[in-house]
Design a protein around this ligand. Structure first.
Ligand SMILES: NC(=O)c1ccc[n+]([C@@H]2O[C@H](COP(=O)([O-])OP(=O)(O)OC[C@H]3O[C@@H](n4cnc5c(N)ncnc54)[C@H](O)[C@@H]3O)[C@@H](O)[C@H]2O)c1
Length: 333
């Protein structure tokens, strides 16, 4: 996957949400490449995954702006002259989007327009890769879900991420912005938010297992999901950024093979040697947005850009657990 290295050498990259889980992993990869100018902007929103420890060891090699991409002056200044924007800032939690719909609207739509307007005015040729979510497909009509599948978001967050995708694509058609959309599935790995369970079920299962606590499975835990290790997602972002062919396109990412939540929990209990599994009825607020079995087809990005997930669930979970064993204090509270 090193074919994109030359594309980024000597270029400047802005990562929104770059102190978060995926953004900081991308920043680290770009810094490792040497010769890439990396700038990170992050509002360190309290309920989200932004964490200064995520840039430990690279902070002297990036430019960091702690600020909000809804701030006109700041973004007007930041977008000018950069070659690539990886736009990862946004609200992630589906549950929170139902509790605080206006906040989700503000941060997943209004703020995105501020960024896109800044690009239109000050850098209309910029390449911009936007991270969307598989959640906007809703309950699948068929599996695996490809990009032709109808969209029917089951929650507010899905609607707003869909709108944000469409803004990016509209600015591509109207103003020539070189936008690409990646619809991510469940991502896990080092540097993810571990403080609460409203962003990701995987990170929460990992924490419960590591702490020797009960992993609660709703229903019988038979729901299937696909997962991507964060390094694979970073590869996809960089491939999409480097490809002209990708511009104006939407691509699903997806896991190698689906896994049931019960199997995932079993794996974690055996890898950590800790934790217990219990079955519990769906809480009503979760049942409302449950989508049953879900896994994506990544055939389109595989044939267009040669991307496929490389890290097996077992290896990915091992690496993740090892990371948090070493750095638990920076993520647990
Ligand atoms: N993690 C997943 O499983 C997953 C799945 C599907 C889609 N995604 C998408 O990937 C992107 C990154 O997710 P993540 O898991 O790294 O989340 P994260 O919470 O770890 O990172 C998001 C970062 O964005 C920052 N941020 C939010 N609003 C901002 C704003 N207005 N201005 C500046 N910074 C802001 C937050 O402070 C946080 O650091 C998100 O857009 C998310 O919707 C993630």
């Amino acid at each position: 996957m090193s074919e994109y290295f030359n594309e980024y050498r000597g270029r400047s990259v802005l990562i929104t949400g770059g102190l978060g889980f995926i953004g900081s992993s991308l920043a680290r990869r770009l810094v490792e490449m040497n010769g890439v100018e990396v700038c990170v902007v992050d509002a360190l929103r309290p309920e989200q995954g932004g964490n200064l420890f995520n840039i430990d060891g690279i902070k002297d090699r990036i430019k960091l702006h702690v600020g909000d991409i809804g701030d006109n002056e700041l973004v007007n200044h930041l977008v000018g002259g950069v070659d690539y924007i990886f736009n990862l800032a946004g609200n992630i939690s589906h549950i929170d989007s139902l509790l605080y719909p206006q906040q989700d609207l503000e941060n997943n739509c209004a703020v995105q327009l501020t960024l896109l307007e800044a690009c239109r005015q000050f850098n209309p040729q910029v390449k911009i890769v936007f991270t969307s979510t598989r959640q906007l497909y809703g309950k699948p009509v068929y599996l695996p879900v490809d990009e032709q599948h109808r969209v029917a978001p089951p929650d507010i967050n899905g609607i707003h991420k869909l709108a944000a995708e469409q803004y990016h694509l509209l600015y591509h058609r109207l103003y020539g912005l070189r936008s690409v959309i990646l619809r991510l599935t469940n991502v896990y790995g080092p540097r993810q938010l571990m403080r609460h369970n409203r962003q990701s079920f995987i990170s929460w299962f990992i924490r419960q297992a590591m702490d020797g606590e009960v992993i609660e499975l709703f229903g019988e835990g038979k729901q299937k999901r696909d997962l991507n290790y964060v390094d694979d997602v970073v590869d996809a972002l960089l491939l999409a950024g480097a490809s002209e062919q990708a511009e104006g396109e939407i691509f699903n990412l997806g896991g190698d093979r689906p896994v049931s939540l019960a199997d995932l929990a079993d794996k974690l209990v055996s890898l950590t040697g800790r934790g217990y599994i219990s079955l519990t009825p769906f809480p009503p607020e979760r049942q409302l947005i449950d989508i049953g079995n879900f896994y994506s087809s990544y055939r389109k990005i595989e044939s267009a850009l040669g991307w496929r997930p490389r890290v097996s669930i077992k290896d990915g979970l091992k690496r993740t657990i090892e990371f948090y064993e070493r750095h638990r204090s920076s993520y647990w509270s």
